[in-house]
Design a protein around this ligand. Structure first.
Ligand SMILES: *Cc1c(COP(=O)(O)O)cnc(C)c1O
Length: 811
């Protein structure tokens, strides 16, 4: 226990906030005022700890990591911070004295949804783990005014609504107006010769945007180290152009302010997909430039020189979105501190590390060079020089392989290839699961591997498991503590002690009761939000993740349509009752993804309207999948659907959250599923589908004929017929076409039809296994027991050792 507060102290602190911040005494305060005062008291405790470790002048002088990410998905903070600081009991009692229930306050908090899905959630899990491990590591991102949209389902279609989370969510943000930074866009470059005959580039006629930092403090469990997530909000130095205003040009007089503020207005809702828009480039450069300038200034205050920058600062690039950190650091070193190119480049390379998150071409950033040059002329000139030197090196190393040189170029065919720039500069590059790291070495970055094989490594993703187990599933967590003690909260590998109870029928019975209670809790939510009554004794079969064709929600729906067809053909067929639960947002402009959501919702209705099937087959589509909703769903899942086409899912982390809550994985040999299989063994997982090499071979040979399945496989033929006849009256022509369309060589890109049979058989195995209660209980406890390696604490220790070279502050 690191924090010893009495109930009275906390009560007085809350009263103080109510009085001095809101001008209210407890008895007349509104719920919002009590909520905000409680948050402010927690924030104060965090600030006190922060200053203990990170004071600019006095603090430790160890290396610190700055984790750059366009996305963070923290979810809610009050419960997490109170849990991490181990102060829940005193807060509970103090609030009780005001007649407040802490749980109701927890429920008031909106999610901070500053990310799309797995990538952003990973960044937040990592900040938690860095603080937990007692290390100094901070995040940098954008303070989006609107986070990931709120999803509504209306008439079986996704509707997007703005997410104005700052309304209540800003209580966690500490604005630091004095630490604002200037960022320059557009303008032109001019060559100027100084008195020593040295040429300098001067950037003129640019537009200035101001970045204001809003700091969110980050706690770790049982740790005194509190770190920072710094979110930049954009604004303009000129609120109104008075000259234009005086001439009556009212709208024009505010144009500059509008231009600046739009940058941090809203998160792009694309997951694993890039949009080549200039606003996106501006967002990237805005937060990178502000962050790098702040870092350099901070370093100079602490050390008085930049020569040791890389010894004290590590800059981590989370996917290619923050790649501009590389040329921006070069710009600062060259233009502002007059370093020579070679020295600057050496320091920058030793500072930068990079994690690749995808190999799918639609997700690899390639910026049009002319657009980049227009918006960021100085950065462009630096990238041109980096590329020139890179090209010279490639000519030397690969004189006879032009194709390889082109593939490895940083600028090629009028495009800036950001992944290549990252690999050229970073001194370490990692993938996010063993399989993914192998694929990037053999495919995407093969040329670079020939040059610097030691640069490449793997760190398998991990999750902040205390959020996903202890906080989201208190019943299970308490039971584990009762059996094995509380050590697992500090070291997830101790979950393995549960294996002792694999043959203990009382323990298995207790686990199944806890699962059932969590299923009832979710069933209540489903009744309230979907008006569907689900049977808690049915199998809760869960697929929750972003909607993407590669994740193959469609394969799941194909299996459900197949079961439907079988029940219609033979109403007495013995099918164990299932509740298929989906949660998924589709990018607003992703037509096929939206069609698949629509299909799931219409299918849900069709099943519910049919008395023959509705007691055995149900679909629930939960709207607005988010961190908070995930916390409700994970503990209630029996089956974890991880059914991406092999080679497409870099790791997955939803699979880990479900595993630690005792769900059994039904998955392909993709991403971290492979490592889950290694951890639990063949008998505790359901694996199906083509392997990466098999998929590769089929693609290479050009022999894939999806439409052949429609003729030769009667189950598939019947599903296509059902969809052609209409689901709940709707014909999903675009979906059918995407799978089978004539001689379209792109049909069924993600091999839904090729993997269908194998999936169907695995699903039959699931049904059978579930009916053997003991066997299922043993599978489930094994999954919980073996989930420890998927702790983000383990991932972060690997990053610290293999990639960043950092240690706990107080070591
Ligand atoms: C964990 C998580 C994800 C990632 O899920 P995958 O199944 O790994 O794609 C996405 N969204 C939210 C809200 C999450 O909590």
């Amino acid at each position: 226990m690191i924090n010893k507060f009495t109930v009275n102290e906390i009560k007085e602190r809350i009263e103080e906030k109510l009085l001095h911040h809101f001008g209210r005494e407890a008895k007349s305060a509104t719920k919002h005022q009590i909520y905000k005062s409680t948050c402010l008291v927690v924030r104060d405790i965090m600030s006190e700890l922060w200053n203990k470790n990170h004071d600019l002048i006095d603090s430790h002088k160890q290396k610190q990591i700055y984790y750059l990410s366009m996305e963070f998905l923290p979810g809610t903070s009050l419960k997490n911070n109170i849990f991490n600081l181990e102060i829940e009991n005193v807060f509970k009692e103090a609030l009780n004295e005001f007649g407040e229930n802490i749980e109701t306050l927890y429920e008031m908090e909106p999610d901070a949804g500053l990310g799309n899905g797995g990538l952003g959630r990973l960044a937040s899990c990592y900040l938690d783990a860095i603080a937990t491990c007692g290390m100094a590591g901070h995040g940098f991102s954008i303070c989006y005014e609107y986070g990931i949209f709120k999803q509504k389902i209306k008439d079986c279609k996704q509707i997007e609504e703005p997410d104005d989370w700052l309304n209540l969510g800003d209580i966690w943000l500490i604005p630091k107006y004095d630490e604002a930074e200037e960022v320059h866009f557009g303008g032109k470059l001019e060559e100027v010769w100084d008195e020593n005959g040295k040429m300098k580039l001067i950037h003129r006629d640019y537009t200035t945007v101001i970045g204001i930092p809003k700091d969110m403090l980050i706690t770790g469990y049982g740790s005194e180290v509190v770190n920072t997530l710094r979110l930049w909000k954009s604004t303009s130095p000129i609120s109104i152009n008075m000259e234009l205003f005086a001439k009556g040009k009212y709208l024009k007089s505010m144009e500059e302010k509008h231009f600046a503020e739009v940058i941090s207005k809203i998160l792009y809702p694309e997951d694993a997909h890039v949009e080549g828009k200039s606003l996106r480039i501006m967002q990237q450069y805005f937060f990178i430039s502000a962050s790098m300038q702040a870092l350099v200034k901070r370093h100079l205050i602490r050390f008085g020189t930049l020569d040791n920058f890389h010894e004290k600062v590590g800059v981590h690039i989370n996917d290619t979105h923050p790649t501009m950190a590389i040329p921006e650091l070069m710009r600062i070193f060259l233009d502002e501190y007059e370093y020579e190119w070679d020295k600057a480049w050496e320091i920058v390379c030793k500072t930068i590390t990079y994690t690749n998150h995808t190999i799918m071409s639609e997700a690899l950033e390639k910026w049009p060079e002319d657009l980049f040059a227009k918006l960021l002329p100085r950065l462009h000139s630096i990238v041109v020089e980096i590329n020139r030197r890179h090209t010279v090196m490639l000519m030397r190393e690969f004189p006879n392989n032009e194709a390889l040189r082109n593939e490895m170029a940083i600028i090629y065919d009028g495009k800036l290839k950001m992944a290549n720039l990252c690999v050229a500069a970073a001194h370490k590059v990692n993938g996010v699961s063993a399989l993914h790291s192998k694929i990037i070495k053999e495919k995407l970055f093969n040329g670079f591997v020939k040059l610097t094989p030691d640069k490449f490594t793997n760190v398998t993703n991990g999750i902040a498991y205390r959020r996903w187990l202890c906080q989201a599933n208190p019943k299970l967590s308490d039971f584990i503590e009762e059996l094995c003690g509380s050590e697992f909260k500090y070291n997830a590998m101790n979950l393995e002690n549960l294996m002792k109870y694999k043959e203990d029928s009382n323990v298995l019975e207790r686990l199944s009761i806890i699962k059932r209670e969590n299923k009832i809790r979710l069933a209540d939510y489903i009744k309230k939000h979907n008006n569907i009554i689900v049977n808690p004794d049915s199998i809760f079969d869960v697929q929750v993740k972003r909607l993407h064709e590669y994740k193959r929600q469609l394969l799941n729906l194909f299996h459900i349509m197949d079961l439907y067809n079988q029940l219609k053909e033979n109403p007495n067929k013995d099918i164990y009752p299932r509740t298929f639960i989906f949660g998924a947002k589709a990018a607003a402009g992703y037509h096929m993804a939206k069609q698949i959501i629509s299909l799931a919702c219409h299918l849900s209705k069709m099943l519910e309207d049919d008395p023959v099937v509705r007691d055995r087959l149900k679909i629930v589509f939960l709207e607005n999948y988010s961190v908070s909703l995930a916390e409700l769903i994970m503990p209630a899942a029996d089956v974890s659907e991880q059914i991406s086409l092999a080679g497409k899912e870099a790791s997955g982390t939803g699979n880990m959250k479900l595993m630690i809550n005792g769900a059994i994985t039904l998955g392909t040999m993709d991403g971290a599923n492979v490592e889950i299989l290694n951890a639990v063994g063949n008998e505790n997982i359901f694996i199906f589908g083509l392997l990466v090499d098999e998929v590769e071979k089929i693609i290479q040979s050009g022999i894939y004929r999806p439409w052949a399945y429609c003729h030769e496989n009667k189950y598939i033929a019947n599903i296509i017929k059902l969809m052609t006849d209409g689901i709940d009256g709707i014909v999903f022509g675009d979906i059918i076409n995407s799978l089978t369309a004539g001689y379209n060589s792109n049909a069924d890109q993600y091999f839904v039809l090729a993997d269908f049979d194998s999936y169907k058989m695995a699903q039959e195995d699931v049904s059978l296994a579930y009916q053997n209660k003991t066997k299922w209980g043993q599978m489930s406890i094994t999954n919980i027991a073996k989930s420890g390696i998927f702790s983000a604490d383990r991932s972060i220790k690997e990053y610290a050792d293999k990639i960043w070279g950092i240690k706990p502050i107080n070591d």
